[in-house]
Design a protein around this ligand. Structure first.
Ligand code: FPP
Length: 242
């Protein structure tokens, strides 16, 4: 496996997922879009449970983009309610499984009960060491980059490391490693303003499968593709190097 260190165990991976296709999954079954989102929440649970066993240490899920406010109010309300109820119902399970939850993105446009549920779940899971689960809500990578740049101002000593730290703070969670593997479900092949800086050298895997149908076997398959890729980070292939 190319991600494996030559001496020692493989380092835990950062996998990011753009969970797309909920609405189409529901429409194909004659169901309302919100039924797709509810089924999507079940897929989140399956993938979170499987991730540590597959070598994933950090999992970042795109749940609601800053552009998703453009959707009909009824769908936005249903989604935000689903986040709140899922946070409350899953909190105990997350603690039991050693999952530390961070929600990244803006907070100021979210309903107060959702912000309160986020704070409660983050506090309750703060001791988790098995998996760092990051859920992006009202998130825009471009906005986070602009916010970080604004904070750093015109300081002469800005470098990649301190910019990355500031960017993490601007997104609400400093310290996560760069993304190793970015998966998008639902058939489209684009990044949609998700973790643009952090995914500079991420391997990309696109699958036609809709998010509500995605499961541990699909995550394992994506990680299998990742393992077969040679990550050169701009250098030379290993066989060519002196
Ligand atoms: C994209 O599918 C999905 C979303 C905008 C919402 C993602 C939310 C969940 C998976 C629900 C639960 C999540 C958590 C973290 C509890 P889409 O609606 O754009 O689908 P479409 O492209 O088929 O219309």
């Amino acid at each position: 496996m190319k991600s494996t260190l030559i001496n020692g165990p493989p380092s835990p991976l950062h996998v990011a997922i753009i969970m797309d296709g909920n609405g189409r999954w529901a429409a194909a079954r004659g169901l309302p879009r919100t039924a797709g989102h509810r089924q999507g929440a079940r897929a989140v649970r399956r993938v979170v449970e499987a991730a540590p066993g597959l070598g994933v240490g950090t999992l970042t899920l795109f749940a609601f983009s800053a552009d998703n406010w453009k959707r009909p109010v009824s769908e936005v309300r249903a989604l935000l309610r689903l986040f709140r109820t899922t946070l409350a119902s899953e909190q105990g399970r997350l603690v039991a499984r050693g999952v530390r939850l961070s929600v990244i993105g803006r907070r100021d446009r979210l309903p107060r009960p959702l912000v309160a549920a986020i704070m409660r779940a983050q506090r309750a899971t703060a001791g988790g060491r098995v998996l760092h689960l990051r859920v992006a809500v009202d998130y825009s990578a471009r906005d986070a980059i602009v916010e970080a740049a604004r904070h750093l101002g015109s300081r002469a000593l800005v470098n990649r490391t301190c910019f990355a730290r500031r960017l993490g703070q601007a997104s609400g969670d400093a310290g996560a490693p760069d993304v190793d593997l970015l998966i998008r479900t639902g058939g489209d092949q684009r990044l949609s303003d998700f973790l643009l800086w952090e995914s500079a050298y991420a391997e990309l895997v696109f699958t036609r499968k809709a998010w509500p149908a995605f499961g541990p076997a699909d995550l394992r398959a994506a990680l299998g593709q990742f393992a077969r890729r040679e990550r050169r980070f701009g250098g030379l292939a290993r066989a060519v190097a002196p």
